[in-house]
Design a protein around this ligand. Sequence first.
Ligand SMILES: [Zn+2]
Length: 607
Amino acid sequence: MSGSIPQDFIREIVDTTDIVSLIDGYLPLKRKGKDHWGICPFCDDGKNPSFSVSEQKQFFYCFKCRATGNVIGFLQSHQGFDFVESVEALASKAGLEVPYESSQAPNKERDPLLECMKAACEIFEKNLSENDSAEKTRKYIRQDRKISPEICKKYSIGYSLNSWDSLNEELKKKGFTEEILIKAGLAKKNKEAKLYDVFRDRLMFPIKDRKGRVVGFGGRVMNPDDQPKYLNTGDTPIFQKGKELYGLYEALEVRKDLNKLFVVEGYMDTVAMSEHGLRNSVATLGIATNRFHVQKLLQLTSEIIFCFDGDDAGRGAAWGALKNVLPAVVDGTEIKFLFLPEGEDPASLLEKESVEDFKKRIDEAKLLSEYFIEKLTQTFDVTSLEKKASLASKAMGHLSSMQESSIKKLLESEVSNITGLDKDDIRTHSQSSSYQRKSPRFKKEISETKEERVFQQTGLGSKILNVILAYPFLASEIKDLERFMGFKEPEVRLMVEVIQYFISDPKLGISDLLSNIDPDSASFIGTLISTSPIIEEKNAAAYLEDCLSLLKKSDSISRILELKEIYQTDGLSDDETFELQQHLLSNIDKLEEPERKLLKDLSQKAN
Ligand SMILES: [Zn+2]
């Protein structure tokens, strides 16, 4: 989980960061009672703040969408950082250097590559603004595409000279080795082992990671005879095409606009939209929108508008995107599809029409549900009975990939209306087989379970959990934890997991716990902490003991039945014999004649 960052350092950085000031830097918080409150960035909680931040316990919790976590969890969910990036961000805020463990040191390899890309980007930018041979390209970008110098600068757009070695010669002069140039995807070797530049005579679009570091390039040909029209950096240790989105860093710089994000097909579309004040668009790098993209985007915004060319390729791409979007849709997400006229893309349209006209098109974008139904009915002629059945089965296939949500219910009713099939039948068939999640924003770290769990807040397991969460030091006083391992109730299982967690390191706190368990459990714990009454410390140990003993008893009867069956089939081990005796004895008043006889048999066997 923590890669090569020492655990101690992670602890230190979590302990030294104050969650209230961290979150307050992203959204305004107001103190009310002992906690701080704000409008939840993860759901639409209207004007009444549901998002609470506990200074004392160092975690956040939304009473509406149940999002919860510690400082690392907040950066992961709000900024879309991964674990290591979150630790790095906190360290840099605290003015600390992350002490990577030397054996792995991923940055040892990454650093020179990032340095090299940065240097290449500067060279390309300088070429575009100063080099005589870039005149045609300057004219293309400024006059033909009407992109201002400001936007060129914002996106660090550049030009690669029409030369086989000018870039690599210049980078070598700056101290970068041939090996680095090749690894970074900037140069290759020919048959004579001579180094040559990969990008030549191209308009260069640097692809930046979430921190603004250049990790790859997309290059557009300037000579129409050259192929391919767009050339991207291949996968390198710092760049994977399927995982990056062009323009995301620039869009994040204006975070306030991120109530929605446009997904477009080309670099120039993103740049042109930004030129016209639509600064929140990202482009997939010449590939179809994949699930990774969708997840990444939904971590940052709840509204995504996909823009597609109006031709067949665009429509094909749209359906592909829709299929990847469905599993990520939860209540509160809004996904739209915008189809442009045939032969047009956002950049070409913005050259022809006003931004107001373009915005009108955006307003008319189709909702995911509209597009889904329209597409299905177009594909299937719904006049014949067979076709209706076929439509329903196809639709169910797609719906089953969705999490339970009101959009899913709406789609099910729509499919029912069109096909005339019973809503309940459609529901049964489209029941999500996957593990339900309330929100796609929270990553699982430790446990992975396929079962659908419903935590009971009033159950004994929850009561015990509540005491342990308030007083984690009590965990180590529970001696017979194994006794509860066989319980099936989700809250008891979680209780065991949490107790084990605190036993493993008594220094750990709730904020550590929340970032180390699966999202549903974290949400449930957040709910418990935020809504259950707190037992006074002086009564906590006794209360815990009472609950534990009640819990043991609650399970006695079912355990007796279970052990009895083993006794009759495979026979009991000595431990099991002892356990069954104990259960029977503790329920002696309630025992019927067969159980009394069994107890006698067991005692004789034991002797
Ligand atoms: Zn919320």
